[in-house]
Design a protein around this ligand. Structure first.
Ligand SMILES: [Zn+2]
Length: 435
């Protein structure tokens, strides 16, 4: 093994993005964890491999995660990035090949590995000891719609949380406004009150001392093209949306949603309100760009270059742009080179496409100062999945650095400095966290 490979494989990681279940949610599912819970994103590839059968007649066919379907479909996906992360994880965790003959042995090994351990101990074991993820930026907790948003002791103390409430970025009715109303416990009848309530919600998260960033995941609900509506235009959209969903005694009075175009000035205005808040507090902004989890998502609106006017306008905001923006990774490299306020992030990218991720990292290192690159984020919901995803990222990073050394572009010491930075130190510095 090369020296740089050994260095990378043994180095701690900063996990820029995860959706780990809370300890309470983890415990609720404890009895049922089996070999399928190692699949992570590979479940998506099972659906893809299953083809149109389930779409045409969903009831006539078993789900792609049905045991027999997994047995049938697994060979088709085991060599994709998602599949290879599962193979790596099962091997590293239990010394077992992820094959149908081993499904029961994997279930047993998984259950043994969590038996007698509290949820915090399980997370300590998998996330810290096995995956060497020293710090994690966790999504979905600081969500205005999450009833457990402000509940303490839901995740390890090494975690910090991203504020996220994408629903306000693609509103067609007053539902999201009512969620904010309930959270801050005050009525919202004007655009000004809406902006005030959003900021009040963010105050509450900030006051925990655990708020890391504002996360924008709106690519799942709309394109990343953000307009510049006037206050009057946003107010008109607010009034239209608010009045369309006027519930009295539980009965909707004025019926019907507005269409997405009518709501857009309000959504864009609120996007800018969040960017302004990020600027005021020097709070990093994480934005989903590129490929979307699941299926049938609209990829056309998700490319990072749609954000150029936003990057131009908020020059004091530090942007952590996600997922290598795959399949537009070169484009993200160019953005990270051109805009001093952009950091390029490979979270989830190694699993989606390991070959393209290695190529992207290699070319970014040729073009972008290495303190602007974040090399890892597992982006998963269960703690043991981080073991496979970490290993997959490390293998890719090591290969790229080996090639740089071999080509004479880096000496060993430089490659080590780069590895330590992109794997851990850049994240600590960016999020102002200690090791
Ligand atoms: Zn995610």
């Amino acid at each position: 093994m090369s020296d740089i490979r050994e260095f990378v494989l043994n180095h701690d990681l900063f996990c820029h993005h995860d959706h780990h279940r809370s300890f309470q949610e983890f415990d609720a599912g404890r009895e049922h964890y089996d070999f399928r819970n190692l699949l992570g994103y590979a479940s998506d590839d099972l659906v893809t491999a299953n083809g149109t059968a389930t779409a045409r007649s969903p009831r006539a066919h078993p789900a792609p995660t049905d045991r027999d379907r997994v047995r049938l479909l697994w060979p088709k996906i085991r060599a994709t990035g998602y599949g290879r992360a599962v193979v790596l994880g099962a091997r590293e965790l239990f010394g077992l090949e992820y094959t149908p003959e081993n499904f029961d042995a994997i279930t047993e090994a998984l259950q043994v590995s969590i038996r007698g351990k509290s949820a915090p101990q399980v997370y300590e074991h998998f996330v810290h000891e096995r995956a060497h993820n020293r710090r994690t930026i966790q999504d979905f907790k600081y969500d205005i719609g999450n009833p457990a948003a402000l509940q303490p002791d839901t995740h390890p103390t090494s975690y910090r949380f991203a504020f996220r409430f994408d629903e306000i970025m693609h509103m067609v009715d007053a539902g999201p406004i009512e969620v904010v109303e309930r959270f801050v416990d005050r009525p919202i009848h004007s655009l000004g009150q809406m902006v005030g309530a959003l900021n009040l919600a963010i105050d509450r998260f900030r006051d925990t001392g655990l708020l890391a960033s504002i996360k924008i995941g709106m690519a799942y609900g709309r394109d990343l093209v953000v307009g510049n509506p006037t206050q009057a235009e946003a107010e008109r959209a607010f009034n239209r949306i608010r009045s369309r969903n006027n519930f009295v005694g539980g009965i909707q009075q004025n019926g019907g949603a507005v269409n997405a175009v009518e709501g857009r000035p309000l959504c864009d205005y609120l996007f800018h309100a969040l960017m302004q808040r990020a600027a005021d507090e020097d709070l990093p902004v994480q934005i989903h760009t590129g490929y979307l989890a699941g299926h049938w998502g609209s990829l056309a609106g998700a490319r990072a270059s749609h954000l150029i006017p936003v990057l131009e306008r908020y020059r004091n905001v530090r942007f952590d742009l996600f997922h290598a923006s795959w399949p537009w990774a070169s484009e993200l490299g160019a953005l990270a080179k051109n805009y001093p306020n952009v950091w390029a992030d490979m979270c989830w990218a190694w699993a989606m496409n390991p070959t393209e991720s290695a190529r992207a990292l290699s070319e970014w290192l040729d073009a972008v100062p290495y303190n602007k690159i974040f090399a890892y984020g597992a982006d998963t919901s269960l703690p043991w999945c981080n073991v496979g995803y970490s290993l997959q990222a490390k293998i890719g990073i090591a290969r790229v650095l080996e090639e740089k050394i071999e080509a004479g572009y880096m000496d060993e010491a430089t490659a080590r400095a780069v590895a330590a930075a992109i794997m851990l130190e850049n994240g600590l510095e960016f999020y102002r966290l200690s090791g």
